[in-house]
Design a binder for this molecule. Structure first.
Ligand code: SF4
Length: 379
């Protein structure tokens, strides 16, 4: 499998008249894919969902959104360490992905002048060791499975040496972008077997967006992870042109459940720069999600449709003719934990900040002692 960083190397694009416009996009938002992933594209279909996911579009240059739409900077406590909820820490340990999703909400990490990722992670490991309330660590980035197995082994070994860390999660799209990263590396499988124990499992939070990504090699890679003791779940955003159709999302949910990688979260797309062509409104997203749940298996119905807002993880519970009903699934401010909120329905709203509350007092921030939610549970 070969990685491709050059749009001219893709014959269907080289032959099109759009190449210059697309290259302008990639000067701002980096492009990378692989020959394996390109082979999933039906080039006869200009609206092909895999193409939308990986091939730049001129509309990415439209003015919309923010670079750090959920203000992750505000919860960054050390270089590459985000601590938003009391028990959970994110370690941004890699700034590369197998390919770059055009809609990425962390595309700032892949920009030249960004230095948010801490590849050494030692500061982060020391921070976690010094905070006994942290039970849950998510390795993210970028894609942690793009690091060498030796490096991963070192980081996970260190985390396993910290007694209060119980859950280790790895967020990765490598099962979709390059299943051979898992299939061909027996040392990686062995590492999972050693560190994913009966008492303390390792979770891989896979990222499949469309059922066509569940190829035979991808399913074999998931199977290898299961047989290496890993627990699988899937989380993905709802993205226009890729999975914003109940049949597509329902099929993804069914097939994921069959493989043992049942869906966990469906994310409302963060209003991130470059993402104008990929946005789906909250109301439309809720309709699609509800219908997809009915088409999916019973296990798929455990999934939640959430917004990763600056103030916390907000579940979109229901929409009716007049209102949108929300609840804090997790909250940065303990006073907001579990808070149920009603907003006026707005079919053009994409984010919490676009909505108007029915009772402004219900969304008021209260004074508090600690910045952390006290809920002890997986993110
Ligand atoms: S795999 Fe995740 S971090 Fe990487 S480009 Fe896609 S959305 Fe962004």
């Amino acid at each position: 499998m070969h990685y491709i960083k050059n749009l001219e190397a893709i014959p269907a694009l080289a032959a099109s008249g759009d190449l210059d416009k697309l290259k302008e996009v990639t000067r701002k938002y980096v492009f990378r894919t692989s020959d394996y992933y390109l082979d999933l594209i039906d080039w006869d279909d200009p609206a092909d969902p895999i193409r939308q996911l990986i091939i730049p579009r001129p509309e990415e240059l439209d003015s919309w959104g923010e670079l750090d739409a959920s203000n992750e900077a505000a919860v960054t406590v050390e270089h590459g360490v985000q601590h938003k909820y009391r028990d959970t820490v994110l370690l941004l340990c890699n700034e590369v992905c197998g390919a770059y999703c055009r809609y990425c909400f962390r595309k700032r990490l892949f920009m030249n002048d960004n230095d948010e990722v801490n590849k050494s992670v030692y500061d982060g490991l020391d921070y976690i060791a010094a905070h006994p309330e942290i039970t849950n660590v998510l390795l993210t980035g970028g894609d942690p499975l793009l690091m060498s197995t030796r490096r991963l082994d070192e980081i996970i070994g260190r985390l396993r040496g910290i007694p209060h860390v119980r859950i280790i999660r790895i967020g990765s799209k490598m099962p979709a972008f390059n299943p051979w990263r898992i299939l061909d590396d027996l040392d990686l499988q062995d590492m999972f077997n050693r560190y994913s124990t009966a008492e303390k499992r390792i979770y891989v939070m896979a990222h499949f967006d469309h059922p066509r990504e569940l190829t035979a090699p991808a399913i074999r890679a998931l199977d290898k992870l299961v047989h290496s003791g890993v627990i699988l779940t899937n989380q993905c955003p709802l993205i226009h042109g890729i999975n914003d159709h109940p049949e597509v999302l329902g099929e993804l949910y069914r097939k994921l459940s069959w493989t043992g990688c049942a869906p966990y979260y469906l994310f409302q797309g963060r209003p991130t720069v470059g993402n104008a062509p990929y946005r789906v409104s909250i109301v439309r997203g809720w309709d699609i999600f509800q219908e997809a749940l009915h088409l999916g298996s019973g296990l798929a119905r455990r999934a939640r449709f959430v917004m990763s807002h600056e103030s916390g993880k907000i579940e979109i519970l229901a929409v009716d003719e007049k209102y949108i009903y929300l609840r804090y699934h997790r909250a940065k401010d303990p006073a907001l934990r579990g808070r149920f909120m009603i907003y006026h329905r707005n079919d053009e709203a994409y984010w919490l900040d676009d909505l108007v509350p029915v009772d402004p007092a219900s969304t008021r921030q209260f004074p508090h002692d600690s910045i952390y939610d006290t809920e002890d549970g997986p993110d």
